[in-house]
Design a protein around this ligand. Structure first.
Ligand code: ZN
Length: 247
């Protein structure tokens, strides 16, 4: 029996999950890169769902300006190490799971080691260098990657699973060295980033449970007009990251 199965009753009752699916979640490890607006929501839902082992990586401390959207933190956490403060909240929600910290910034070897420990990786970071590094590690370790971003009133997410032949993040966004916008300058509403973080947790759980077919499609959300679009992401045969892996 799953420990405390009453806790998971509302998802075990789903035929797509059941006791076997709950065991799959319990036996899974998810690596969450960045416990900010996306990561704090995604990690909360994965912890609630009983994903057995969460690895958290963040380099920041909680800032007062985070509390508007990074809802895992409390006023009293301001100034604390984010991954540590988040870990405490996740275990308060579900003491049945294990939470381990992989303090950032991770160099490429430490990142690859963390990715290898995981069954699924959630990129909840806010910058291109991290996103490219996480993608490279996921392709090298052949691990599925749920990538997401939110800014202003816009959100996007995609599941990249190059081991199964879908595009990788680099196929979609070649490294151009372009400066990128960030939420600090451009702004974002809390529910916009929270919605996308929730969907990251959903896509990750579906991938762990073998449900649906989210890989290789980019979901784009215009929250101001309340419109979604889905685009398929073609593999770039010349992509320097996944080309050699898939030969
Ligand atoms: Zn690629």
């Amino acid at each position: 029996m799953i420990a405390e199965s009453a806790r998971y009753a509302r998802q075990i009752v789903l035929p797509e999950v059941g006791v076997n699916g709950q065991r799959l979640l319990r036996d899974s490890t998810a690596l969450i890169i960045g416990v900010g607006g996306l990561g704090s929501v995604a990690a909360f839902y994965l912890a609630g769902a009983g994903v057995g082992r969460l690895l958290l990586s963040d380099r920041d401390r909680v800032d007062l300006s985070n509390l508007q959207r990074q809802i895992i933190y409390r006023q009293s956490d301001v100034g604390r190490d984010k991954a540590q403060a988040a870990s405490q909240q996740l275990l308060a929600l579900n003491p049945q799971i294990e939470v381990a910290l992989r303090p950032g910034p991770l160099d490429s070897a430490a990142l690859l080691a963390a990715v290898r420990e995981a069954d699924i990786v959630l990129d909840c970071s806010d910058n291109f260098p991290t996103r490219f590094a996480v993608n490279r590690a996921c392709v090298a370790a052949r691990k599925p990657l749920v990538s997401a971003a939110a800014i202003r009133f816009e959100g996007q997410l995609a599941l990249f699973d190059s081991a199964r032949g879908s595009a990788c993040y680099h196929c979609l966004y070649p490294e151009t060295g372009e400066a990128q916008e960030n939420c600090e300058d451009a702004g974002v509403l809390g529910p916009v980033v929270g919605t996308i973080g929730s969907l990251q947790a959903l896509v990750a759980m579906k991938a762990l449970l073998g449900l649906g077919d989210d890989a290789g499609r980019l979901q784009l959300w215009d929250a101001l007009r309340m419109r979604w679009r889905a685009l398929s992401i073609p593999r770039d045969p010349e992509c320097p990251v996944c080309r050699d892996e898939l030969r």
